[in-house]
Design a protein around this ligand. Structure first.
Ligand code: NAI
Length: 691
């Protein structure tokens, strides 16, 4: 794991744990042993540590954090860092690629750090609900100051070489050969007094700076505790000698490691990887290569998907029906890219390159060469079928034909072609160039290669592809229907719009459900919620009225709330009166409703429907449902997703609450899912079967 070489009087220790030199069990021990060996080696005057392959140490081994042996694992990492710091011979860390998390902490324990120009360093532990646990919160502020260190530990954003140099985290940028440069550097420091991080002076933490960071963390990382703990740990570094600070960090680390937040975030990290494994799809299935794509429909979705493809370097033809709709679609794309340029997220050159990959057109020119065609026309079966008939006529053999439908039957669309096996649903979310979720929906006869192509495509686009079954609304929208329905029932029963939105926002959702409706458009919501087979079940009664009054949401300035020119929401008294009168007409008695009830009814409706989705095989595993909700619906990642959340509060409690709702609101809405009942009886959970 560690190779040991002499370069004159420098011992070069190379960490070899491909692919990213993670600190898997044994690596830290081997590194510590190599440091000790170099100290005992009479020929050695300085030690240099470098990563083999494409990077320095990319971090700790996340797998280990979930195991009962986590404490022993972390103890070994800490011992390694301390051994490095206490080395009697100077230790120079040579960083290329990335030194993240435990990787940076190893580097911080060294006495000097040199870095390749393209490398970056960071403490991203908060993204897993953790804080640095092998000295990062104590050593980083001794190099970079409390403010910078607290920022890095609380927000987890890595910094590039130049910034790391300016912040004092590294001592030198080495242009050219890093290994040779680092050895030369080590030779210049051999025999000199060792500047140990522990001895560095550290300026007191400015209370105002710390308060501002805490404030920012509460806003940016809403609902999460780890960022606040990280700031407190860094702040302690300014008060305590290193050893006492390390003890404080260890205590805090152990506490966050036990938290539901870290369990949920680590779970969601692994869930996304698990989603890429599709049962029944042999690993050796070869996807079609996508060199060029085409899209039908340049509306909201077609335009966004074109950007997503262009962003990944895939040339794409974008077809519309009229000059006017084409012009509008192209304008939207320009506007979106231009705003990325204005805000500094993209260079003008990059924008021009991406735009050059998109060819707007009114004909099927060039469609015959496309390897993939994505249909994104109106959500209407007849319209989609006629497009697919045309595509069947123009597409080459071996072209994947995809539909972005959000609710229609993939098989009915595929059936109008002579190649149903080449047809698949790829359900992007809006805005498609931003949202990471893509539900991949194979039909009855979709070829494995086509499924593999859709999966490979989502990976190439940097998105989270989740296989969903071909049912109404697939996974996400099918579940959001019951969630949104409860939100509406709650206002019909007496909760205010603001109360419902606030309760779920405070729960951690990106926005409240009625705010989401106003964003999406109440007409669109009405269209999707009028699901087949919904008859006989209580239906929301305010939504149709809002739509008939033209209160469609943000786009019309009024909906569940009122919106100003900047789309800022405020309570709408007329909507409130409409809700009251509609409820009274329907004989619904309004009452006080608690935030707890709001959360339970909305979120447990998701859970109960999720259980059915799972039982019917529409989702492969509970964690796939969670990935859908985290990447497509703004569910808080630190709660793991609806199914993981149900597990954390306990299925007996979930089932008990659902039974209460069933008693009050009837079985047609709240009949507990059989799978939920079975798991509860067996003392099991939804997510324990995560592979
Ligand atoms: P849209 O109304 O914004 O765009 C549809 C576009 O297709 C229009 O510009 C129309 O002119 C064009 N079109 C219609 N027939 C055509 C044809 N034969 N050839 C070329 N262009 C044609 O609709 P949107 O919102 O983009 O939706 C498209 C599809 O994506 C629908 O199936 C919808 O259910 C689905 N979807 C929509 C989401 C959303 O949030 N808007 C989210 C996920 C899926």
């Amino acid at each position: 794991m560690i190779t040991y070489q002499h370069e004159q009087d420098v011992a070069v220790l190379t960490v070899e744990n491909p692919p990213v030199n993670a600190l898997s069990p044994g690596v830290a021990e081997a590194l510590q042993a190599a440091i000790e060996k170099a100290n005992a080696d009479a020929e050695v005057r300085a030690i240099m540590v470098i990563g083999g392959g494409r990077t320095f140490i990319a971090g700790a081994d996340v797998n280990e954090f979930g195991k009962p042996s986590a404490a022993q694992y972390v103890a070994k990492l800490r011992a390694c860092a301390n051994a490095i710091e206490n080395s009697a011979k100077p230790v120079v860390m040579a960083i290329h690629g990335a030194a993240l998390g435990g990787g940076l902490e190893v580097a911080l324990a060294g006495h000097y750090r040199v870095i390749a120009p393209g490398a970056q360093v960071g403490q991203p532990e908060v993204k897993l609900g953790l804080i640095p646990g092998m000295g990062g919160t104590q050593r980083l502020p001794r190099l970079a100051g409390v403010a910078k260190a607290a920022e890095m530990c609380a927000f987890g954003v890595p910094v590039k070489a130049k910034e790391a140099l300016a912040a004092g985290i590294v001592d030198q940028i080495v242009e050219g050969d890093l290994r040779a440069g680092a050895i030369a550097f080590a030779q210049t420091v051999a025999g000199k007094p060792i500047p140990r991080t522990r001895d560095r002076k550290i300026a007191a933490a400015e209370p105002a700076v710390v308060a501002a960071l805490l404030d920012q963390a509460r806003k940016k990382m809403r609902g999460q505790n780890a960022p606040l703990v990280a700031i407190a740990a860094v702040e302690a570094a300014a008060r305590l000698p290193l050893d006492a600070g390390l003890a404080e960090e260890a205590e805090k680390f152990d506490a966050v490691l036990r938290s539901t937040e870290s369990k949920a975030l680590i779970y969601s990290f692994f869930s996304e990887r698990a989603a890429a494994k599709i049962a029944g799809l042999p690993a050796e299935t070869v996807p079609y290569e996508i060199r060029g794509a085409a899209i039908v429909g340049a509306g909201t979705m077609g335009g966004g998907i074109a950007m997503a493809l262009a962003n990944a370097g895939i040339p794409v033809r974008l077809k519309e029906t009229t000059e006017e709709t084409l012009g509008r679609g192209v304008n939207n794309i320009h506007r979106n890219y231009a705003s990325a340029v204005t805000s500094g997220r993209m260079s003008q050159e990059a924008m021009d390159q991406k735009l050059a990959l998109i060819t707007p057109q009114l004909t099927y020119d060039g469609f015959a060469q496309a390897d993939l065609i994505i249909e994104a026309v109106f959500e209407n079966l007849g319209v989609k079928q006629s497009v697919f008939r045309e595509l069947d006529g123009v597409a080459k053999a071996g072209c994947v034909l995809a539909t972005n439908t959000s609710s229609l039957d993939i098989d009915k669309i595929a059936a109008v072609t002579r190649r149903a096996d080449m047809v698949i649903g790829v359900h992007f979310f809006s805005p498609a160039h931003v949202m990471r979720l893509v539900e991949i929906v194979p039909g009855k006869t979709t070829r494995p290669e086509v499924l593999a192509t859709a999966l490979a495509l989502t990976k190439k686009l940097g998105k989270a592809g989740v296989r969903a079954g071909n049912c109404h609304g697939f996974i996400g929208n099918r579940m959001i229907n019951v969630y949104g329905r409860e939100a509406q029932f709650l206002v019909e029963e007496g909760a205010t719009v603001e109360q419902v939105n606030q309760a779920l926002y405070d729960f951690g959702m990106a926005m409240g459900p009625l705010a989401m409706f106003d964003l999406v458009g109440n007409d669109v919501v009405l269209n999707i919620t009028a699901a087949p087979g919904a008859g006989g079940i209580r239906q929301p009664i305010v939504l149709p009225k809002l739509c008939s009054l033209g209160r469609l949401g943000q786009k019309s300035g009024r909906g569940w709330s009122s919106y100003d020119a900047k789309r800022k929401a405020s309570p709408d008294a007329e909507t409130a009166a409409l809700i009251r009168s509609t409820a009274a007409e329907a004989g619904i008695i309004q009452r006080e409703i608690s935030s707890e009830e709001i959360i339970d009814r909305c979120v447990l409706a998701l859970v109960n429907e999720g259980a059915r989705v799972l039982e019917e095989g529409m989702a492969q595993r509970a964690s796939d449902i969670d990935v859908v909700y985290l990447t497509g619906y703004g569910f808080p990642a630190w709660r793991g997703g609806p199914m993981f959340y149900a597990d954390t509060i306990g299925l007996p409690k979930v089932l008990g609450r659902i039974r209460e709702f069933e008693a009050r609101h009837g079985s047609s809405l709240w009949n507990p899912a059989p799978l939920l009942q079975r798991l509860e009886e067996a003392g099991q959970t939804f997510t324990q079967a995560l592979p």
